[in-house]
Write a protein that binds this ligand. Structure first.
Ligand code: NAD
Ligand code: 2ZO
Ligand code: NA
Length: 504
């Protein structure tokens, strides 16, 4: 087992390049979901601290050392952060697992992705220099025009606990690449690695105020950030209800928002697949990776009737083989869910499904061998109908529900039978059929013969109740830029709209 004694530093808020005690001096306990023990605490920011952070961010933009940087200069900071993340990878990964319950293997992969994301946006920051000013040819002798891409200003980044550092970096990296000054508000349930990012920024000498990190409760720290008059945009990842609150607060000031919300994504499996095991493993990965706490989890299996029995049989074999243990244990593939609240919520979804008449084919309980910790068995639920809660609502836990279909039309109808629209997967060797599904799925992300692989270069986000706007790729950068058009009158001739007084 990895060393669980990695010390958790007692950090303060990271504001204006310094560690700063919250004005009200409150703190929130850090709970290790594998042991239910309190292992430290984090500062709890309030509206007073938000004001100070916004001021620090505005000053950063007004100062030359951040506000007048080129993309190439900012790229150096981003690369220095990436290098530090890799240097500290083992400690950061352990902290992520202790704080969130994520398996150490997944935490380590997240740290690679964090570094990769900074490096990717370093490249885009450099490329931005040549795209900063784009001439627009009007074929006019009287006007010269161009379009500028400028940093949007001060941006608030509010993020969830399921990939604590990675979800933050999907926003921090493009915001800094664009030249914005950012205020990050991570989830109170898992903020440790985001605070360590503050230390990394300090160590590499990121200009003060370019990134500020305010930990704290949603309504107390996130709320004032969303409604702050001097915050130019809120980029949010989290639940639908919180997204609505943020959008409501931002609407009062006509502040732009981007919302990456939840999902209830389908995975459709056809009987023409060559290898049941390959499809079974992707199906498992799509719902049990990160203990199912993935916005894009393919939590509804829609399998063709002709192979349903054989496929479920194979799924069960794979599921029984998953090692459930303390996330720091070697080969652990399923850790606890993040908190006591999430544990209760997941078990309630399972008991509601049972009361509504569904069958718990596998799992549904706490694993017998683990007496402490917020563990839930990987769970497969059958005999589901489309009016059941388990079909309609996001569980955000290791729970797969299953329905069968006969025809392609039926499969499409079932796949789109959701208020959400984040991701969808189809497993079939028929290329034309996969194309038809790509067109028919009402989502922002499509996986063909896989589920979940994610790349920095590709846009991430959904439609319907899964939100709008895109993280990652060039779209992630654009979302932190203001597009400014400049029109210059270059003719020596008068405009001649009014009658000239000199001719009277
Ligand atoms: N679409 C995506 O890319 C994506 C990625 C990860 C998670 N998610 C979604 O996130 C949810 C789980 O994360 P969560 O439980 O942390 O979500 P959440 O909405 O409870 O919290 C998200 C963040 O919002 C803050 N917050 C809460 N109330 C607030 C308020 N009134 N004003 C401002 N901020 C407030 C929280 O403190 C946290 O930092 C799931 O629904 C999941 O699908 C989506
Ligand atoms: C697909 N990933 C990499 C697991 C990221 C999912 C982000 C949302 O929960
Ligand atoms: Na925690």
């Amino acid at each position: 087992m990895a060393n669980r004694n990695v010390p958790i530093s007692r950090r303060q808020l990271y504001i204006g390049g310094e560690w700063r005690e919250p004005v009200k001096k409150n703190r929130i306990p850090i709970i290790n979901p594998a042991t239910e023990e309190i292992i430290g605490d984090i500062p709890a920011a309030t509206a007073e601290d938000v004001d100070i952070a916004v001021e620090a961010a505005r000053k950063a933009i007004a100062r030359d050392d951040w506000g007048s940087t080129t993309g190439a200069q900012r790229a150096k900071y981003l690369r220095a952060i990436a290098a530090k993340v890799l240097e500290k990878k083992s400690v950061l990964a352990t902290l992520e697992s202790l704080d969130s319950g994520k398996t150490l293997f997944e935490s380590a992969a997240d740290m690679d992705d964090v570094a990769g994301c900074f490096e990717y946006y370093a490249d885009l920051a450099e490329a931005l220099d040549s795209r900063r000013k784009t001439p627009v040819n009007l074929n006019s002798d009287s006007f010269k025009t161009y379009v500028l891409r400028e940093p949007l200003g001060v941006v608030g980044l509010i993020t969830p606990w399921n990939y604590p550092l990675l979800m933050a970096i999907w926003k921090v990296a493009p915001a800094l690449a664009a030249g914005c000054a950012a205020i990050l508000k991570p989830s109170e349930l898992a903020s440790v690695t985001c605070l360590e990012l503050g230390e990394i920024c300090r160590e590499i000498g990121l200009p003060s105020g370019a990134l500020n990190i305010l930990t704290g409760l949603g309504p107390e720290a996130g709320g004032p950030l969303a409604s702050h008059p001097h915050v130019d945009k809120i980029s949010f990842t989290g639940s639908g209800p919180t997204g609505s609150k943020i959008m409501t607060a931002a609407a009062q000031l006509v502040k732009p928002v981007s919302l990456e919300l939840g999902g209830k994504s389908p995975i459709v499996v056809f009987d023409d697949i060559d290898n049941l095991d390959i499809a079974a493993e992707w199906t498992l990965f799509g719902i049990f990776a990160n203990t199912g706490q993935v916005c894009s989890a393919t939590s509804r299996l829609i399998v063709q009737e002709s192979i349903a029995s054989a496929f479920l049989d194979r799924l069960l074999k794979w599921t029984k083989n998953i090692k459930i243990s303390d996330p720091l244990e070697e080969d652990c593939k399923l850790g606890p869910v993040v908190s006591a609240g999430q544990y209760e919520k997941v078990l309630k979804f399972i008991s509601n499904a049972k009361s509504e008449g569904a069958t718990i084919l596998y799992g549904g309980k706490r694993p017998q061998h683990l007496k402490k910790g917020y563990y839930v068995q990987p769970t497969i639920i059958t005999d589901v109908n489309t009016s059941m809660e388990i079909w309609k609502e996001e569980v955000f836990g290791p729970v797969l529900c299953v329905k069968t279909f006969k025809t392609e039309e039926e499969a499409i109808e079932l796949a789109n039978d959701t208020k959400y629209g984040l991701a969808a997967a189809v497993m079939s060797k028929d290329v034309k059929r996969c194309e038809r599904f790509t067109k028919a799925f009402q989502t922002g992300i499509i996986w063909i013969n896989c589920s979940q692989p994610t790349f920095n270069q590709l846009p991430w986000g959904g439609k319907k109740r899964s939100g709008f706007g895109r993280d990652l790729g060039e779209w992630g950068l654009e979302s932190f830029l203001n597009i400014k058009q400049v029109t210059e009158y270059t003719s020596a001739e008068p405009w001649a709209f009014y009658k000239s007084p000199s001719r009277n």
